[in-house]
Design a binder for this molecule. Structure first.
Ligand SMILES: NC(=O)c1ccc[n+]([C@@H]2O[C@H](COP(=O)([O-])OP(=O)(O)OC[C@H]3O[C@@H](n4cnc5c(N)ncnc54)[C@H](OP(=O)(O)O)[C@@H]3O)[C@@H](O)[C@H]2O)c1
Length: 245
């Protein structure tokens, strides 16, 4: 899926009316920064997004670890527009959309680096704020990882997405013949639509569940799925599906 990104052109030098109107009608790529792209989720999201019309900027704590992610992407999709970048600040500055694919406890540190340059941008919160023993959430009941991220980035458009799917689901987004649903929450309509397209591109069925506080439910849903997965041995390949007429 391609997007019209007029804003990218607005600062470009004009070379006459024809060039301007041609540019306005061109579908341009959106640039996505994936912070934590060497991890299970970051690499899975990057690999699947590379099949879409996106430019991907990958970064993590240790750049060396990203080689494997890039090789894996290029192996399955040689024409993928993907590069590594050694600073989350630089990646965020260039990006239209930022996916924060790091553990919840690392988000404050990441935010310090990207705060200034993430203004007005879409920031995707994928975190499930689980405790160390996986038997509870570290966030209070009246908040969520996504809302905490929004507080830290008040001028960004935080959207909750990808938290209700396991990393393994990205290789198998259709389980038992059913396309896994992937829930999205946020306060900005346009950002929700943009993130819905990302979810479609990676292979899941996007469902906009509500405003950002709905993230509390979404994060608890994944907590429940983890508990059930451990109890019934789902082997980390499980997802949610709403059955309806
Ligand atoms: N795994 C799942 O199935 C799943 C499902 C839904 C949501 N999630 C959520 O997705 C997020 C990532 O989980 P994961 O399982 O992919 O974890 P992971 O495999 O441990 O990967 C974490 C990634 O974050 C990077 N990172 C850690 N601290 C950082 C920092 N201070 N600055 C920049 N990068 C940093 C790591 O980079 P280095 O390797 O270079 O340290 C690595 O790329 C978590 O919030 C988790 O709750 C996970």
């Amino acid at each position: 899926m391609a997007f019209l990104a007029y804003t990218q052109w607005s600062t470009a030098p004009c070379r006459g009316n024809f060039a301007v109107s041609k540019r306005k009608n061109m579908k341009t790529k959106q640039t996505i920064a994936v912070i934590g792209a060497s991890g299970s989720m970051g690499s899975a999201i990057s690999k699947n997004l590379s099949k879409g019309n996106y430019r991907l900027l990958l970064c993590s704590n240790e750049q060396g670890k990203l080689k494997a992610t890039v090789q894996d992407i290029k192996k399955s999709n040689p024409s993928a527009d993907v590069e590594t970048i050694d600073c989350s600040r630089e990646a965020t500055w260039e990006a239209d959309i930022i996916i924060v694919a790091v553990p919840f406890r690392a988000e404050q540190e990441v935010v310090k680096k990207i705060k200034e340059v993430a203004n007005q941008k879409i920031v995707v919160s994928i975190a499930n704020p689980l405790n160390a023993t996986y038997d509870g959430l570290v966030t209070a009941p009246d908040t969520s990882a996504a809302e905490e991220l929004q507080k830290l980035l008040p001028n960004s458009k935080v959207v909750k997405a990808f938290n209700t799917t396991f990393a393994a689901d990205f290789t198998t987004p259709v389980i038992d013949g059913k396309q896994v649903d992937s829930f999205i929450a946020g306060d900005d309509e346009e950002a929700l639509q943009t993130v819905s397209e990302l979810v479609k591109t990676v292979g899941f069925n996007p469902i906009v569940a509500g405003k950002l506080p709905v993230s509390r439910i979404l994060e608890n849903m994944q907590f429940l799925l983890i508990q059930l997965g451990m109890k019934y041995n789902y082997n980390w390949l499980a997802g949610w599906k709403i059955l309806h007429k």
